[in-house]
Design a protein around this ligand. Sequence first.
Ligand code: BTN
Length: 267
Amino acid sequence: MKKDIEKDALEDLTRGGIIGGKVHFLDSIDSTNNYATLLASRGAYEGEVVISDCQTAGRGRLRGRVWHSPPGVNLYTSVILRPDVAPESAPGLTLVAGVAVAELLNLYCPVSLKWPNDILANGKKISGILTEMRGFGSKIDFVVIGIGINVNMDPSNIEEGIRSVSTSLKEQTSKDISRLELAAALYCSLGKWYRVFIEDGFASVRDSWLQSSDMVGKMVEVTGGGCDFPQRGICKGIDDEGILMLLDDENRTVYVRSGDINIKKGR
Ligand code: BTN
């Protein structure tokens, strides 16, 4: 049976772009991020991508979280980048990828960005990003940006434990979407925003991120991220490096670099 995604067809669609010129296509892998990390540590070039029909141990951002990765329906891909920026700037790449994914998915259904790595449709997760970095000294060796998009997963096939918080493009649009075309468009969108980040810095991506998010003005609770107790505050936005800014009860600005974000209803 002809597969709906094939390496050659994908490379034909992405030829000439910054990302996806070389595709490593797999039927199954534990995690595309693990495989991309292995390739990058063996010298793979910037822009090479790993894409797998399914993952047996897809990973989420927070420790121990699993990314549900059944075969034949969704996108699981990891992109290798070698940005010549300081390691402190690398977290901004998660937000850059968020803007790229949101721009793409907005062509199908309205989506919004939740800091730092969630893409939501109708308040449910439709896509997630896992960025991992290796450095040497004060330089970045490589960054792997892993992106999962729930594409043609039927709502009834979404695992029971996450059904109330997850959705797919199919659930939102009632249509089957070509994974091949979606992957090619994703690499194109990511390449465009990555170029903006490299040439002009994160500050030039910031407004687009904010336009695709509805967090500003909402009460937010942050757990984890190195803090023993939850931090709460009204979201003021993100700064020029992509760090989340909250206004606490005493009108002090709190800068949040990582953590699990819970957006409260009302204020
Ligand atoms: C999250 O929302 O917590 C991040 C999810 C990231 C999932 C993608 S799927 C492709 C890549 N490989 C992984 O193991 N994880 C990322």
